[in-house]
Design a protein around this ligand. Structure first.
Ligand code: FE2
Ligand code: FE2
Length: 373
């Protein structure tokens, strides 16, 4: 039985091609069966130097790859234990892509809890996988003009969000303090390095609902800082942002991650998430009424056209107003493989066009966050 393979494809012709081969980025593949290992390796061999290893084999590969791709059944405790055993190695790779077979929130949050920087659920999509590995992170950050930063705050926050989603899915209490601490780390990082660096890092590493929660939290923090809110309000803001879409843990991924427009039934299902999140959180002791209010009402608009309670003007609090603007902006600029990322200026123009729904003075103040910070 084949447990490991190092692919060093024979190259035709002269030594120049051999040099090119050596310069190709090195990717390490882990899988829980030989078939899975072969199928992932055969996709990647076209563009990368690939080494593969079965999860049940002794960990032997020593070279540090730029990316690790894992294909495994994450409902299997043995697979989880084998990945945990390789945690130190995983931490050194810039990209850790988990190809999760079972498309459920539980498997996806498990992958993030194990250190994934991107999770691609379901059947392997060759184009998506190659796109996710398309360029080394250093090049991405160089082209964005921001120096790469250690990703501790991103990883801590992603794990906190993963654990929240797992809690909701399994009906366990949420680690409120863990989420608050992750929010605090994001606030420190943004205070130090600015919002743009945060947006670049998050969009490079994460996708889907987790990316969205990380972006909203960063945008809300920077908006709060630009408005000069005090530390207690900033803490309320980032805690509310971390929790705001927790109700999406109850929405099937097929709807949540559907590319393109939702039909009316799907939209109705999506619109249950603020109340689902509120209902789940309200039984926790150490969560304040302002945060519950923000989770329930972050889709309300001043003109009463929002949901779930069609609140109007004065019934929508300040934290909620700030969160709503941050949420819409973050949703517009998020990175998805199936659509181009919207420039920040275009996203800001959309906010400006939502007159009557958002507080005008706040949208005006948001301009510097959206465009320059
Ligand atoms: Fe939401
Ligand atoms: Fe949201």
């Amino acid at each position: 039985m084949q447990n490991a393979r190092i692919i060093s494809r024979p190259v035709k012709g002269d030594g120049g091609i051999r040099e090119k081969e050596a310069a190709r980025p090195f990717v390490h593949v882990l899988a829980d069966s030989s078939d899975k290992l072969s199928s992932v390796c055969s996709i990647l061999e076209q563009q990368f130097t690939v080494a593969g290893e079965r999860l049940d084999a002794e960990a032997k590969l020593s070279q540090v790859p730029f990316a690790i791709v894992i294909r495994a059944e994450l409902r299997d405790v043995h697979a989880i234990a084998a990945i945990k055993k390789r945690a130190a190695k995983l931490a050194k790779a810039t990209k850790r892509i988990f190809l999760v077979e079972h498309s459920s929130h539980m498997s996806i949050s498990q992958a993030y809890a194990l250190g994934a920087t991107l999770v691609l659920p379901g059947t392997i999509d060759k184009i998506k996988l190659l796109a996710a590995l398309a360029y080394p992170a250093e090049e991405a950050s160089a082209s964005s003009g921001h120096a790469p930063q250690p990703d501790n705050a991103v990883e801590t926050a992603a794990i906190a969000i993963a654990s929240m989603f797992t809690s909701v899915t399994s009906g366990q209490p949420i680690d409120i303090n863990g989420a608050r601490e992750a929010g605090r780390q994001i606030a420190d990082r943004i205070t130090q390095h600015g919002l743009s660096e945060w947006l670049t890092t998050v969009r490079r590493h994460h996708e889907g609902t987790y990316q969205h929660c990380l972006l909203v939290t960063g945008v809300a923090i920077d908006f709060g800082l630009s408005l000069g809110v005090g530390r207690p309000d900033l803490e309320r803001l980032y805690t509310a942002a971390m929790f705001h879409d927790i109700g999406k843990a109850r929405i099937p991924l097929a709807i949540l991650d559907k590319p393109g427009r939702l039909d009316p039934d799907e939209r109705a299902i999506i619109e249950t998430h603020p109340v689902a999140g509120y209902d789940f959180l309200k039984d926790h002791d150490n969560i304040s009424p302002e945060i519950l209010d923000a989770v329930r009402h972050h889709h309300e608009f001043l003109d009463g056209s929002g949901y779930p309670d069609a609140l109007c003007g004065g019934n929508i609090g300040d934290i909620v107003r700030i969160l709503t603007i941050s949420d819409i902006f973050a949703a517009l600029i998020e990175h998805r493989h199936y659509k181009p990322t919207m420039p920040r200026a275009d996203a800001y123009n959309i906010l400006c066009g939502m007159s009557g729904k958002l507080e005008k003075a706040l949208v005006t103040s948001f301009k510097q966050v959206a465009l320059t910070r």
